[in-house]
Design a protein around this ligand. Structure first.
Ligand code: FES
Ligand code: FE2
Length: 367
């Protein structure tokens, strides 16, 4: 266990949780600038499979094209700007057609049909493809970036790129998914995940499996923070029974079979790697006081194909824990919104929140 300190830091001021101006600054400097976790590549099963992601007023189509590549485009028709796709996910045939005047785009974004536009002398069809959005795939996770000049993904994610190969994360598929809406600021979800000071009181079941002082960190500064937490049951997992509910993943061995790894991935992902499954929280900022969290339980397809496959012990365990966390996060939002709130001191067990806050302030130009 590393010695940790929060350096006598205090919690963030109220404005970071309530002020529309700060929210705007986050939009500009973080959500329109950084790589954003969009979902799993396995959710785009075949050519034409797509899902939409919304970031403020921007709607992004993420799809698999005819060649099997994952691409992303602004959901905006090049004729008069009409939103092209409205359903949050679905299956396209070979093209995207605008409902308004039937301009039609290939899955690679090329404009392939524009009725009667050949009558316009200066019109050149090649000049009006869908506007592309940058995409990167890592370990089966799809990321998008709205920046005109994104930092190359490999550079931005360098500390994580080769870190989790043993879990065969790229092969895992979603066995179960739950969406939560929480009346709290998105940062409270990160801050809650970043410490186990609250575990003995709020999560008695979790605290039996991983006593709160068993955590350690191997990424302690920057956009990715966290590390392994030792489980009380050797070879167990974080489930209702404390036992695994699937064979161990990949080539995990030794110590890794008795640990769960917890990482915050700035700015919208929580990654929890267990010996037998992986949990991903995808965090969508909705308003200063509203956050949507989509939680996916990922297992290896071989385990899912087995007749006695049952992810419920893992799903129930984290659904219970999530709800306990969302309850205190909502209560925090309420208290922080009060004029009586002033920043409070972090314990040494909250050193990772202090590090997260530093990264956050830096990301909005206040570090
Ligand atoms: S606005 Fe899309 S075809 Fe006219
Ligand atoms: Fe918690």
């Amino acid at each position: 266990m590393s010695t940790r300190t929060a350096h006598a830091a205090k919690t963030l001021a109220r404005k970071y949780y309530t002020d529309p101006g700060i929210y705007e600054a986050e939009t500009r400097s973080v959500f329109f600038e950084r790589w954003i976790y969009a979902g799993r590549a396995s959710s785009l099963a075949q050519a034409g499979s797509y899902f939409l992601r919304e970031i403020e007023l921007e709607s992004i189509i993420v799809l698999r094209d005819g060649a099997g590549e994952i691409r992303a485009f602004h959901n905006v028709c090049r004729h008069r700007g009409t939103r092209l796709l409205a359903e949050p996910e679905g299956q396209l045939s070979k093209s995207i057609q605008c409902l308004y005047h039937a301009w039609t785009y290939g899955l690679d974004g090329t404009l392939i049909g524009a009725p009667f536009m050949d009558e316009v002398e200066s019109f050149c069809q090649e000049d009006y493809p869908l506007k592309p959005v940058s995409v990167a795939t890592w370990e089966g996770c799809v990321f998008i970036c709205l920046s005109e000049e994104p930092v190359p993904f490999e550079q931005a994610y360098a500390p994580l790129i080769d870190k989790f190969g043993s879990w065969t994360l790229d092969q895992l598929e979603i066995a179960h998914s739950i969406t939560y809406e929480i009346p709290c600021n998105w940062k409270l979800v990160f801050q809650n995940y970043s410490e186990c000071y609250h575990c003995p009181g709020l999560h008695p079941a979790l605290n039996r499996l991983t006593p709160f002082r068993n955590s350690s960190n191997d990424l302690e500064e920057g956009p990715f923070l966290g590390g392994p937490m030792h489980m009380a049951i050797e070879g167990g997992s974080m489930t209702m029974t404390g036992q695994t509910c699937a064979p161990s993943l990949g080539d995990l061995s030794g110590e890794a079979l008795s640990c769960v790894q917890y990482y915050t991935v700035y700015p919208n992902m929580l990654l929890s790697l267990h010996p037998d499954y992986v949990l991903i929280h995808r965090i969508e900022r909705l308003a200063t006081d509203a956050t949507r969290v989509v939680c996916d339980w990922l297992f290896h397809p071989d385990a899912m194909a087995s007749e006695d496959f049952n992810p419920s012990p893992a799903v129930e365990f984290w659904n219970m824990t999530n709800k306990q966390d969302w309850q205190v996060s909502a209560l925090s939002q309420q208290g922080i919104s009060s004029q009586a709130y002033t920043p409070g001191p972090y314990s040494e067990l909250e050193s990772m929140i202090a590090a997260w806050d530093r990264e956050y302030l830096c990301s909005i130009g206040e570090g």
